[in-house]
Design a protein around this ligand. Structure first.
Ligand code: MN
Length: 251
């Protein structure tokens, strides 16, 4: 499916805060000034991008994820993607001025530096939120209903999600996303790609949960045992945060 077709189709999901600009960004050079006056402020983040505060301590996810992994992952890996993204955007004026989600949808496959580092920034920003301490440890309400409708049960979802994470060869991510018909699906992507990247990934959509399966996310504590890390991640998920994202994209 061509990028513009998907952006048009995605309109049937609804006119939620995240979806509306997703539709609006079909072309390059959409100035934030052209967006509706009621566009939430966080949709108008301009370059240069900044790494948001983590919002919790590096040790808060122990024993599931150790403090040193968190520190290196947040400061060196994510921090590095943000620096390199900003440097890459200086060379790509036509991609400047978009918020991070719209930037993802606007990238072409051969724009490697923005694709890898922009994906790195978007993906990690989501990851820190969905594993933040606290929140429900099981989905409930509308999200639980949608998970049951799409997968049959939470257990079946967890199996599908784990399998996607385990079978991603090399480095990448597994996702729970909403498709352009409003239905949940699980997918995985290589490197720092993500489902926002219309025209690049096989299954485009709006991600609400993502697990980083690069070795840097787990190697210090789990070495080659990716499965143990995936199980720990499932225990860590802050389902209140995932629900919030689900209601934003399915409103
Ligand atoms: Mn990572």
């Amino acid at each position: 499916m061509k990028k513009r077709e998907f952006l048009k189709l995605s309109g049937i999901v609804g006119a939620g805060a995240i979806v509306a600009p997703f539709i609006a960004c079909g072309g390059r050079g959409d100035s934030p000034k052209e967006m509706p006056a009621d566009t939430p402020k966080d949709r108008l983040i301009h370059t240069p991008f900044e790494q948001a505060a983590l919002g919790f301590n590096y040790s808060d996810l122990e024993p599931h994820i150790d403090a040193m992994t968190m520190e290196i992952h947040y400061e060196k890996h994510h921090g590095g993607y943000v620096k390199k993204l900003n440097a890459a955007l200086e060379e790509s004026p036509d991609l400047q001025g978009l918020n991070i989600a719209d930037l993802m949808a606007a990238i072409n496959a051969d724009e490697t530096a923005v694709r890898n580092n922009g994906g790195g920034h978007y993906n990690h920003s989501l990851y820190w939120k969905v594993i933040s301490p606290g929140g429900a440890n099981q989905p409930s309400g509308e999200l639980a209903d949608a998970i049951n409708a799409a997968f049959g049960s939470y257990t079946a979802f967890a199996e599908t999600f784990s399998k996607a994470a385990m079978t991603r060869f090399g480095s990448g991510w597994a996702w729970l996303s909403v498709d352009n018909a409003g239905k949940l699906f699980v997918s995985s992507t290589p490197n720092q790609d993500n489902p926002h990247m219309v025209g690049i990934v096989e299954q485009p959509g709006l991600p609400i949960l993502g697990i980083d399966v690069w070795e840097h996310a787990y190697y210090l504590n789990y070495q080659n045992k990716r499965g143990d890390y995936v199980n720990a991640f499932l225990d860590l998920i802050n389902w209140d945060e995932v629900s919030k994202r689900y209601s934003e994209v399915s409103a």
